[in-house]
Write a protein that binds this ligand. Structure first.
Ligand code: SF4
Length: 454
């Protein structure tokens, strides 16, 4: 089986869970698509022309299927993820080589769907089921978890009720669903046993988390983080992606009170202009956003903030754009993603009349990225000379090097022995490059601590 993942971390996580679900059926992951008897394309709808890219990828995969058939092998092709959710059976009509289409809420049904595709020729399942897929997804084996390293993502929430006018998520992933607390706890405990030391709780709108707790009442994300912090072996926690509106007092206080919660937060703003924020249906103003940032920084003064920006949303004037530029300076981000607006079919933004010319978007994107780069460089420069705790994750760029992550999520390259993978080491930062820091071990941690439990 070969699973190719497109897009965000949630898709990477989903791909792993698909592999875990199929492992008891005898499916083993192959290193290349050529060796597989099942290829799953786990698609993403966020980027422009996402569906077209999937169809062109399917053209390549179809040739593999033909080559397998010539060798007397049957190769099944599955399309999963947000494009599958949006296009449904249309995928099989346009790409007859596809055997099954599975929506983002239905991965736990993959074994049945594969059996149906083998029996009936085709299978499609893109319903939003009433039963919760989290209850049904198979747990990864200890061995496969170990092989995936010392950091892990855990989906705790899916879908979104916010309906920003540029975004397809509420349509492709559906309404907000939160995973029950005990279900998450069991997974995080398993990860800790397998040697994972850092867990990032993920969800499209993760800080709207409201999963059922042990007492039958909904728990907040802050409370969930508090419980995860008690899991033996889990030394670091993060969460992503958050909406500014859902940064409540309890969650802000967690940044002050939970030492395991890393001082880093991705808090998308999309625009610095109130006019654009209203057009995007973000439900907050620039002042609201800055007030949240200020409260967060009171709770955790060294908090590193990253964000997402869209330039050229319909109707964006030069003045609106200038407000985004100035916000980068005001907040002092440690990094940010920025994109040109591109209309997504079915979203209100796609039907807005005052679309911005591509040339203007490109120019604004270039200027915004320069501002973000300056802000990131300043943040990184401030780390030089400081000693940061770095979780050593794996081999670095060069022989003899390891790469790890600082509390602020910066990649840090150091000279260290492979035995230290999994250790959290004090590293003095000596140098910065555009996207990485370089440092030296201040004192080597006990090798026995490395990869605890691994
Ligand atoms: S809050 Fe995020 S996921 Fe939800 S609609 Fe807006 S951009 Fe999309």
């Amino acid at each position: 089986m070969f699973v190719k993942s497109f897009g965000c971390q949630m898709n990477v996580y989903d791909s792993q869970r698909m592999a875990d679900t199929l492992a008891p059926e005898g499916y083993v992951e192959t290193a290349t698509a050529e060796d597989a008897d099942l290829i799953i394309l786990n698609t993403c709808h966020i980027r422009e022309k996402a569906a077209e890219k999937v169809y062109s990828e399917l053209g390549r995969v179809r040739r593999l299927k033909e080559a397998a058939a010539a060798d007397g092998r049957k190769l099944l092709i599955a399309v999963a993820g947000c494009v599958a959710q949006a296009e449904g059976a249309e995928i099989i009509r346009r790409a007859p080589a596809v055997d099954l289409v599975v929506g983002s809420q239905n991965y736990h049904r993959l074994p049945d769907l594969i059996a149906r595709a083998r029996r009936d020729g085709k299978a499609v399942d893109t319903e939003f089921p009433l039963d919760d897929k989290f209850e049904h997804l198979a747990a990864p084996s200890l061995a496969s978890t170990r092989a995936r390293g010392v950091t892990a993502f855990v989906t705790v929430q899916e879908g979104c009720d916010k309906f920003c006018t540029f975004c397809v998520v509420p349509y492709t992933r559906g309404a907000e669903v939160s995973r029950p607390v005990d279900n998450i706890l069991a997974e995080v405990e398993r990860l800790a046993q397998a040697g994972v030391r850092e867990v990032t709780l993920i969800g499209q709108n993760v800080n709207a988390y409201h999963g059922v707790g042990p007492g039958g009442r909904p728990w907040s994300l802050a409370r969930l983080l508090g419980l995860m912090a008690q899991v033996r072996g889990i030394e670091r926690l993060r969460y992503t992606t958050s909406h500014p509106l859902d940064m409540d007092d309890e969650l802000i206080a967690a940044h002050r009170d939970l030492p395991q919660l890393m001082p880093q937060l991705h808090l998308p703003v999309q625009s610095g202009s109130d006019r654009m924020l209203a057009a995007m249906n973000r439900r907050h103003t620039r002042a609201d956003y800055l007030a949240v940032v200020s409260r967060l920084r009171q709770a955790r003064p060294d908090l590193a903030l990253t964000s997402d920006f869209i330039v050229g949303f319909p109707g964006e004037s030069e003045e609106d754009f200038a407000a985004s530029l100035s916000l980068v300076d005001v907040v002092g981000y440690s990094g940010a993603f920025s994109f040109k607006y591109s209309p997504r079919p079915g979203t209100p933004g796609a039907d807005m009349s005052d679309q911005v010319e591509d040339e203007v978007k490109s120019d604004r994107l270039r200027r915004l990225q320069q501002a973000i780069d300056r802000s990131q460089a300043a943040f990184n420069r401030n780390c030089v000379g400081r000693t940061l705790s770095v979780l050593l994750e794996g081999p670095g760029r060069h022989r003899g090097q390891l790469v790890g992550r600082s509390p602020y999520l910066q990649p840090v390259q150091i000279e260290a022995a492979p035995a230290l993978i999994g250790a959290i080491a004090p590293v003095t930062i000596t140098e910065v490059a555009s996207n990485s820091l370089f440092g030296a071990l201040r004192c080597a941690p006990e090798p026995a601590l490395a990869g605890a439990g691994a």
